[in-house]
Design a protein. Structure first.
Length: 76
C-alpha cells in the first residue's frame, strides 16, 4: 500500500463511526461498474406506499437494534 493510501486510511479510521460508514459507502459505490438496475413497478409502488405512510406519520418504525435482533434470530 502506498504512503498516501495509508495516510488516507489512518485519517478515515479517526473519524466518528457514522462518518466512516458514509465514507465506506461512497468508496464501495465507486467500485460498482454495472449500470444501476431499474426498479420493478411493484418496488416503485411499495416505495410510494411507504413514503406516504411516513408523510402521514402512520408508519411503524423500528430502531436498527430491534431489526437486527429479529434478523439474527430468524437466521438461527
Amino acid at each position: 500500500m502506498t504512503t498516501r493510501a495509508e495516510k488516507i486510511v489512518a485519517e478515515a479510521l479517526a473519524l466518528p463511526g457514522p462518518v466512516r460508514a458514509y465514507v465506506a459507502e461512497k468508496l464501495i459505490e465507486s467500485l460498482e461498474t454495472s449500470a444501476p438496475t431499474e426498479l420493478s413497478p411493484a418496488w416503485r409502488a411499495e416505495i410510494r406506499k411507504r413514503c406516504a405512510e411516513l408523510d402521514r406519520d402512520t408508519a411503524q418504525l423500528l430502531d436498527a437494534e430491534t431489526v437486527f435482533a429479529k434478523a439474527f434470530a430468524a437466521l438461527g
